[in-house]
Design a protein around this ligand. Structure first.
Ligand SMILES: Cc1cc2nc3c(=O)[nH]c(=O)nc-3n(C[C@H](O)[C@H](O)[C@H](O)COP(=O)(O)O)c2cc1C
Length: 192
């Protein structure tokens, strides 16, 4: 079965990224013929890039790099779920990207950004991330953005109802799932 992976780009101990990823997975799963896998950078726990050689040389020396490379290589498509931090995307996400090179190339991918302030849905973060992913050569579809309202948060800064946030953006989330699935199917057909 094909696999679509959702990379959770935020790693803070109090965060909404994982709740959003779970809700996106639940929304997309019934609509696509693929397993949805969550790659949570907080759980994966990559150290700050500690490979001696550049990823493009593909001579990984650390077990954590091999494990991360295996996850991406096994992903037929990837959704980068990223918050906006100070008009950019999180350092943990850049670190995870920089670990690899060939595994990213031509991989069907989408950016799904989110942010609270000003109702822009983290679009500045998505812009920055797109520039990096285009440079590396991923096969990117149009980005999606999730607007988080102040009233979506509990007093403890988690989401009161992540499914409701995703339902508000249902068309966009389903569009991403469908377009990635189309790309997977096209690649499968070309390889057959
Ligand atoms: C360091 C930091 C910087 C932030 N900068 C922005 C910003 O530029 N624009 C915005 O809309 N929200 C900003 N926020 C609010 C986040 O989008 C919001 O806290 C969101 O819940 C972060 O995602 P996370 O909870 O998954 O980490 C910032 C949050 C943090 C922690």
């Amino acid at each position: 079965m094909s696999r679509i992976s959702i990379i959770v780009g935020s790693t803070r101990p109090v965060r909404i990224g994982r709740q959003l990823a779970d809700a996106v997975a639940a929304k997309i799963a019934p609509e696509v013929d693929a397993e949805i896998r969550i790659l949570d950078l907080a759980e994966i726990g990559l150290p700050l890039l500690d490979e001696p050689l550049m990823a493009m040389m593909h001579q990984y020396q650390n077990a954590h790099t091999h494990a991360w490379a295996k996850e991406i290589a096994a992903s037929d498509a990837v959704i980068f779920l990223t918050p906006q931090y100070n008009a950019g995307y999180p350092a943990a996400l850049k670190n995870a990207i920089d670990y690899l090179h060939g595994e990213w190339k031509d991989r069907p991918s989408a950016i799904l950004s989110y942010g609270g302030h000003g109702g822009h849905g983290g679009t500045a973060s998505a812009r920055q991330l797109r520039e990096v992913l285009e440079f590396i050569g991923l096969d990117l579809i149009d980005s999606g953005s999730l607007t988080i309202a102040q009233t979506d948060y509990t007093p403890e800064w988690s989401l009161a109802d992540a499914d409701a946030v995703i339902a508000r953006h249902g068309d966009e989330v389903l569009r991403i799932g469908a377009e990635l699935m189309e790309k997977i199917d096209a690649e499968d057909a070309a390889a057959a």
